[in-house]
Structures are given as structure tokens and as C-alpha cells.
Design a protein around this ligand. Structure first.
Ligand SMILES: Cc1cc2nc3c(=O)[nH]c(=O)nc-3n(C[C@H](O)[C@H](O)[C@H](O)COP(=O)(O)OP(=O)(O)OC[C@H]3O[C@@H](n4cnc5c(N)ncnc54)[C@H](O)[C@@H]3O)c2cc1C
Length: 431
């Protein structure tokens, strides 16, 4: 059985765990196939109830590293966590990383993930130099921006539907060391967030992210954190090992309700306010604050939760975001973590890449059945009217029309799709 990060359950007919790249082709014939990584996608994109799951996790070797150019050749199941741990002390770091390091290189490619520095670095796919993809007809395809460019652009952000990535070459960026000089600024309204975000990009900060309170009482206030790699790094031999806490079991009911949401959001806001100002942070704390609490998703109980991540074009972003906040406030369903980021005006790396010029808002809603689905449908209407799109890697319920409207390169992508590859997501919105 596969369980996604949001608690979406799916039972494939069969699960395969190749340990060597050479074994992969024999698992790709017949039926409906899907490659998987760490299953850290929130919904049904890494599930395949109607067929076979072929895991990347046994293919986790780093094959070579060019220490002059920072170019890493690796297998698909290498974890971003292991890349950071191995290379930061050697002066290299991932140029783009999402909010968790516990994902695979192939998962990062297939969802063309973004981080806190889109204006400078774009998405993960922009740093992929080439890929080798195994297809269900037994063929192996090397692809890059100049060789098989359509397959390359379809595989980046390709939702695992173009074949099994058996090898990837990615470039890392030079890193002075593991520390960031950061600044945290509390804000009181959405307008303040937009001002801070603009100011931060124009001042050339390397990375930024905003958290805001969208619980029922003080929707709109929040805190904004920005950071640059520290130029004077501390002693690198002083290796920081972060202690993490663990939620050992899934409670029989969700610990997230209207009261706890309100309390959490208020407490988090006060905590951010008291810790506001400048501070040096280790990259683990700066990039991956949630990795400090293992299995935090279990607080939602057995019914799980939905993440709802939209991107809205710049010109309609402020009005649409404030409209969404109003609808959420009215519904009384709040969100435990609400994260706002801006995406710069860059050419998307993949045909189906989610990140595009605009403002992205990510919200977590406990699954309360019909009322939560109805809330998200109301949000869909605002996103669609504003010309926005939803992130497939977070989704478990968007409609076909919403997906098609948000991803206009779909017909071009489908020309590169491997006919044997499918997921619960693709059956729901594409097939
Ligand atoms: C706490 C948390 C924070 C996050 N923050 C961010 C963020 O800031 N930005 C962001 O963009 N995302 C974010 N995500 C989402 C996450 O980065 C993506 O869902 C990522 O794709 C998960 O990778 P995975 O290894 O778990 O892959 P899975 O979830 O197992 O699979 C993801 C996709 O990769 C495909 N795939 C896996 N292996 C292969 C292969 N060998 N060949 C071809 N396709 C393959 C699968 O078919 C599937 O379509 C976050 C997730 C969590 C849990």
C-alpha cells in the first residue's frame, strides 16, 4: 500500500524494488506502471492503484562528481538530504531545494520542485543537465536541452509519466558554508507582505518566504523571513546536528481543529515576533524548518489533510489572495500552515512545470469531508478566474478542467508520454 504525505491511500497490484539500473527495464513491461520516490507528494501523483509501483529507493548511488564544475551524476533515488550532507562541507550546495530534504532526485525532477529562491535560481529542473529515461518498450533514452529536447522538457515536471528516470546529471552551486544570515520581519497585512516581497527581491536577497495567519481571528498577519549565504562562515568542523522531535503514532482523531488552529497560529505569530530581527541560521533550519518535527503530518489523524497550493499571476495576485482569505475565514476551516512565495518571470523548465510568474499560496486543511471539498471548490473558482493554476504534487481532488486550463502545454506533453505509465492522478485528470 502507498500512503501519500497528506494521507491519501492507494493499494497497487504489485510493488517492485530494483537495486540496479540494469534491472529496471524488466519491471516496466505490461500493465500500468509508475515510478515512485519517497512518497512525499501530498495527494495521488505517486500512487497507482490500478497497477505496479516501481520504487527508485534502491537506486541511490552517487556515480561521479566533478569538483571543478560542481556537476553530480547520480541515480534517481539519491535523497536531497544526502546531497546536502555530502557536499555543503566541500563547498557545494543544491541550487534549488523544496521545504523538505527527504525527497529523491527523481521526485524533485518529476515535480520540477521550487524553493525559496525562484527569482535567482528558478526550479530544480533548470539545474538538470541531462537525464537517462527507461521506457516501457525496453528502450533507454539519453536526453538534454540539445539531445531529445522534447522528451527532456516533458520529463522535467512530467509527473512520472514519460518513463523511469534511471540517471540524472545535475549542477550544484558553490556554497561558502552551511550558514545563512537571515532576517525575520513580522507583518500585519497582506499588503505589507507584497511590499516586503518586492523590496526583498529588488535588494537582491537570495531567498525568502512568508508565513501568514489565516485562522479565523487575525487573518492576514504573518512573518517574512529572508536570507543570504553568510560570507564569514563559522568553523566548518563545528558540524551542526539538529535534534528532531517525532510524532510516534497517528492519533485516532485529528488534533487540528478550530481552537487548536487559532491557538497555533497566534502562538506561532508571537514566537516569530519575539524572534524577529537578524540571526544566523544553519541551512537545515533555514531551508527545512518542518524536517525538525518528524511525522508532523500525523497530527491530522487517520483522515489526513489536503494541501492546496495555487499560483496566481502577478497582476491579479493581491486581490485574488485576499478574496481567498475571506472565503477561508468565512468557512471557519483555517489552515495550520499558510505559506506565501513569489515566482519570478522565468521560462518554465518543463512543459508541465507548476512554477510560473506570480504569487503562490500553500494552505493545509484537515480533511473534514464534504465541507473541506466545498471550501476548496470555492477557492478553485477564485484561482481559475484570476488565471491561476494548482500544484499537481500537492493535489488529490482538482477537476480535469482546472488541470487543463492551468497547463496549456498538455497536448505537447502527451506526445512524449510513455503509454504504459499512469498514476491515480493521471487517471483522474488526464486519461
Ligand atoms: C514538508 C514538505 C515540504 C515540501 N515543500 C515543497 C516546496 O517547497 N516546493 C515544492 O516544489 N515541493 C514541495 N514539497 C513537495 C515535494 O517536494 C514533491 O512532492 C516531491 O516530488 C516529492 O518527491 P518524492 O521523492 O517523495 O517523490 P514521490 O512523491 O514518491 O513521487 C513524485 C513524482 O515523482 C515521480 N518519480 C519518482 N521516481 C521517479 C523516477 N525514477 N522516474 C520518473 N518519475 C519518478 C513519481 O511518479 C511522481 O510523479 C514538499 C513536500 C513536503 C512533504
Amino acid at each position: 500500500m502507498t500512503v501519500s504525505f497528506g494521507g491519501y491511500l492507494s493499494t497497487p497490484a504489485d510493488e517492485k524494488f530494483p537495486n540496479w539500473a540494469e534491472e529496471v527495464p524488466k519491471f516496466l513491461s505490461g500493465g500500468s506502471i509508475l515510478a515512485t520516490g519517497m512518497s512525499k507528494s501530498y495527494g495521488d501523483i505517486a500512487s497507482n492503484a490500478a497497477g505496479t509501483i516501481v520504487s527508485s529507493l534502491g537506486l541511490n548511488r552517487m556515480i561521479s562528481f566533478d569538483a571543478e564544475l560542481g556537476v553530480l551524476v547520480c541515480e534517481p533515488g539519491v535523497l536531497l538530504h544526502d546531497i546536502q550532507e555530502t557536499f555543503v562541507e566541500r563547498g557545494w550546495m543544491l541550487p534549488v531545494t523544496p521545504g523538505t530534504s527527504w525527497i529523491t532526485v527523481a521526485g524533485a525532477i518529476a515535480n520540477d520542485v521550487h524553493g525559496k529562491d525562484h527569482h535567482l535560481a528558478g526550479t530544480f529542473g533548470e539545474h538538470v543537465l541531462n537525464l537517462t529515461v527507461a521506457r516501457s518498450d525496453g528502450s533507454l533514452h539519453f536526453c538534454s536541452p540539445s539531445k531529445n529536447p522534447e522528451l527532456f522538457r516533458a520529463t522535467i515536471g512530467g509527473l512520472g509519466l514519460t518513463g523511469f528516470i534511471v540517471q540524472a546529471t545535475i549542477s550544484l552551486k558553490p556554497a561558502a558554508g552551511p550558514f545563512f544570515d537571515t532576517e525575520t520581519i513580522p507583518f500585519e497585512s497582506l499588503e505589507d507582505f507584497f511590499k516586503l516581497s518586492q523590496e526583498t527581491d529588488s535588494q537582491g536577497w537570495q531567498a525568502s518566504v512568508g508565513w501568514f495567519d489565516c485562522s479565523t481571528r487575525k487573518a492576514g498577519r504573518g512573518s517574512f523571513t529572508r536570507g543570504n549565504q553568510s560570507l564569514d562562515q563559522l568553523d566548518l568542523t563545528e558540524k551542526k546536528t539538529r535534534k528532531s522531535v517525532n510524532l510516534p503514532i497517528t492519533p485516532p482523531f485529528s488534533l487540528v481543529n478550530r481552537v487548536s488552529l487559532d491557538l497555533f497560529n497566534s502562538a506561532y505569530f508571537e514566537l516569530q515576533k519575539s524572534g524577529a530581527g537578524k540571526r544566523r541560521m544553519h541551512y537545515q533550519e533555514f531551508y527545512y524548518p518542518l524536517d525538525g518535527v518528524k511525522n508532523w503530518n500525523r497530527i491530522y489523524g487517520p483522515r489526513g489533510f489536503f494541501q492546496y497550493q495555487s499560483v496566481i499571476p502577478m497582476k491579479t495576485a493581491q486581490s485574488a489572495t485576499s478574496e481567498m482569505l475571506k472565503v477561508i475565514r468565512k468557512s471557519g476551516q483555517g489552515s495550520f500552515l499558510a505559506v506565501l512565495k513569489t515566482f519570478a518571470d522565468r521560462e518554465p523548465a518543463g512543459l508541465l512545470s507548476f512554477a510560473r510568474h506570480g504569487v503562490t499560496l500553500a494552505l493545509d486543511f484537515p480533511n473534514r469531508g464534504e465541507s473541506t471539498l466545498a471550501l476548496m471548490e470555492s477557492l478553485d473558482r477564485i484561482v481559475a478566474e484570476a488565471g491561476g493554476a494548482l500544484n499537481p504534487s500537492k493535489d488529490a481532488r482538482m477537476s480535469r478542467s482546472m488541470f487543463k486550463a492551468g497547463f496549456p502545454e498538455l497536448p505537447r506533453f502527451l506526445l512524449q508520454r510513455d503509454p504504459a505509465f499512469a498514476s491515480d492522478f493521471s487517471r483522474r485528470v488526464i486519461d
